[in-house]
Design a protein around this ligand. Sequence first.
Ligand code: ARG
Length: 276
Amino acid sequence: MPPSRMPRPRRYLVCEPRYFDVKYAINPWMSENTEVDLDLARSQWTTLTDTYRALGHTVESVEPHAELPDMVFAANSALVLDGLVFGSRFHAPERRPEEEEYAAWFKVAGFDVHRPGAVVEGEGDLVPVGGYVLAGTGFRTTVEAHREVQEFFGVPVIGLQLVDPYFYHLDTALFVLEDGHDGRAANIAYYPEAFSPGSLAVLRRLFPDALVATREDAMAFGLNSVSDGRNVLVAPQAHALVEQLAEHGYEPVPVDMSEFHKAGGGIKCCTQEIRA
Ligand code: ARG
């Protein structure tokens, strides 16, 4: 029998996909002139946020901006740990104006926002788990930003080299199952081939009991999942991973975000956690 898993209530920041679109191509999932079914996107997103609330989580939202079609991907806006907000500096000029929109939301919500000097895309590449921050680099977030994150939070940053352009953000290749917050064993799930050999060895060393996903799971955005320690909101297309989660005592909660896959995003990309 798998051990029973305990959920912990979370605080999430999201951005309604009122103006979601694929207007430019800044990752291999995107192509210009892609048709987006906005009604479908809105209903998928509403299911996601309704699901969070039904599970007892707090969901807050930032006002979307008509000129910012990727603003729905709230996870790129910051890393928030112990009430400290490390803001973002986007790689693509198209997304730069989002920095100000999100910083303004955090300020109104009562947080000071650290504005970084180097390119860094929030929880897209910065994943806190087990007393570390796992930090992706290779496509977006820079190693210089990793140093800045470590200085800012005083938490050890573990750099991980991403090597496959389809998995351009760390949160497309890895997610946290259990963050280890209250002394429980931290654990993750990941797709090995997204990482350089050395980075993969680091993951194996730190998380010997991790769930290892297939390329099919990863291409279905299965690693772009959100766990509260028990319930795992996961793409239903990631069949093998959904099964593995159940075998390990987690509660898979399928949420289909297929319309957002056209922009290279899924469940986690739409979800910024506020750890206050
Ligand atoms: N189109 C967006 C980009 O390329 C998608 C961002 C997905 N977000 C994430 N956390 N992986 O920047």
